[in-house]
Design a binder for this molecule. Structure first.
Ligand code: FAD
Length: 441
């Protein structure tokens, strides 16, 4: 084995890992289907800036980002709301997606990464159970290790030999379909809640936001099923009743996209293969943020690869990357999928009750830059538990649902803690089955 690495797809974690590895002397090439200068979406994203430092990437120039607004969460009837109180030192930054990419790419190129654009990755090249390269629209390319950063529907992951035991497909309830666009400002009146996040607005099982920006109004609507542009336009009209600032003229974006909102991939590595970012479902299942986790994972992967003294890049040596990821992030992220199912299982009345009764408070919706586990939202101190207990006890159906969710969280937490510390194929596959079971819905 040598030191030749392919990164399939220019995902955020992939390009960050590529930069770290190229800097450490590896020969790294990224193959990306889009053309140079066209990466990213025509909108802004929010992420924890500290993740850049972890991945060895400098902060972007100050004129390229600003700090995120506090979000205000509205109950389905829109009567009650809760506003986040994120301390200044825990605020995430907001940046144009295209600028995030430009920053990551220029850093990677400075570190010696080669990028081939306009190259569609079709499938992995395999030799028995080992990944030895990729098949692409420009031909076949071989490498000692393939890092899969092709996103949720990666053709590398979905075409791996089944014998590698790596999940291929994402179920409908494990991904959210999002429509996002920036519209003109229909009113210049001051808005109280600048960043309105609405849960089940109008009784629909949606998560939506209307954010009032200086130049435009940002609309995002997410659902756990496909929806048409016609439906979206009707729904946007409904949202305009409570957000009169949301104009009708689309000025930017206007795309349907999918985000994985599920537990991280049960097996992220194989011989000659490692998945990162959305290919390995590294997003926070409750909110779909994945940039910071992908950047942090890049560091873990690069350290594991460069620590492989025998240059074998086998499942056995790469497993260390997955164990570290689960220890630091995955074990906290996976139980959040149980909370997602609890939310989806609530009726609009029950969700209203959570806001009206005081069961939910500002802490419970304050997602800081460090948010990666349930404990970050629920402190479980005695006075808070007493208030929550009083509220839940009065609503038997809600109580049953919360207890069911609690049991699932306990199961998932226990199985995450039992991840095999060393690679043993049989034990890892057994663990992966036990880990996936609570999510088998
Ligand atoms: C609407 C929306 C809003 C979001 N907002 C946020 C946010 O505010 N904060 C946050 O942290 N996260 C956010 N996310 C999630 C975030 O985008 C991802 O979790 C994160 O970027 C990690 O994904 P990725 O880079 O691994 O994959 P992707 O972003 O999917 O990148 C995959 C790359 O691989 C390329 N590719 C795919 N298939 C092929 C192929 N066959 N051949 C060659 N190249 C290929 C793609 O062109 C792309 O460049 C959002 C996602 C969406 C859709």
């Amino acid at each position: 084995m040598g030191r030749k690495i392919i990164v399939a797809g220019l995902g955020h974690g992939g390009i960050a890992a590529a930069a770290l590895l190229a800097k450490r002397g590896f020969d790294v090439t990224v193959y990306e289907r889009k053309s140079k200068g066209t990466l990213g979406y025509d909108w802004t994203d929010i992420f924890a800036p500290a993740a850049l430092g972890i991945a060895g990437i400098p902060m972007p120039p100050e004129d390229k980002y600003e700090y995120k607004e506090h979000m205000t969460f509205f109950a389905p009837t829109a009567k009650r709301s809760l506003t986040q109180r994120v301390p200044d030192d825990k605020l995430e930054i907001k940046m144009e997606r295209k600028d995030i990419y430009a920053h990551l790419i220029s850093h990677a190129e400075n570190c010696g990464v080669k990028i081939v654009y306009d190259c569609e990755v079709i499938a992995p090249l395999t030799l028995g159970n080992r990944v030895v390269g990729i098949q692409t629209s420009l031909g076949e390319f071989q490498a000692d290790l393939v890092i899969d950063a092709c996103g949720i529907n990666s053709p590398v992951r979905t075409n791996l030999p089944s014998s590698m035991g790596i999940e291929k497909n994402v179920r409908r309830n494990e991904k959210i379909t999002i429509y996002r666009a920036f519209y003109n400002k229909a009113s210049y009146e001051d808005v109280k809640a600048k960043f309105r996040v609405m849960l089940f607005a109008g009784g629909e099982k949606t998560v939506s936001w209307v954010a009032s920006e200086e130049e435009h109004t940002d609309l995002l609507v997410g659902k756990f099923e496909e929806f048409s542009l016609e439906w979206l336009e009707e729904y946007a009209d409904f949202l305009r009743q409570t957000s009169p600032r949301l104009g009708k003229e689309k000025v930017r974006g206007g795309q349907f996209v999918e985000i994985p909102v599920r537990h991280p991939l049960s097996v992220m590595v194989g011989d000659g293969y490692a998945a990162i970012g959305d290919s390995a479902f590294m997003t926070v299942p409750l909110i779909g943020s994945g940039i910071a986790n992908s950047l942090k994972a890049a560091r873990m992967l690069a350290d594991t690869v460069s620590g492989d003294a025998g240059l074998s890049y086998s499942a056995e040596t790469l497993w260390k990357y997955q164990v570290k990821y689960y220890k630091e992030l995955g074990a906290g992220l996976a139980p959040l999928e149980c909370v997602k199912y609890l939310l989806l299982n609530l009726t609009t009345d029950e969700l209203d009750y959570c806001f009206d009764s005081g069961l939910l408070n500002e802490d419970n919706i304050t997602m800081t830059a460090d948010f990666t586990r349930l404990y970050d939202l629920f402190k479980f101190d005695i006075p808070d538990l007493m208030i929550k207990g009083k509220c839940i006890i009065k609503n038997t159906n809600l109580l049953k649902k919360i207890l069911g969710c609690g049991t699932e969280i306990a199961q998932v937490t226990a199985v995450c803690a039992a991840i095999p510390k060393k690679w043993d194929r049989k034990k890892v596959m057994q663990w992966a089955r036990a880990y996936s079971k609570p999510f088998d819905k």
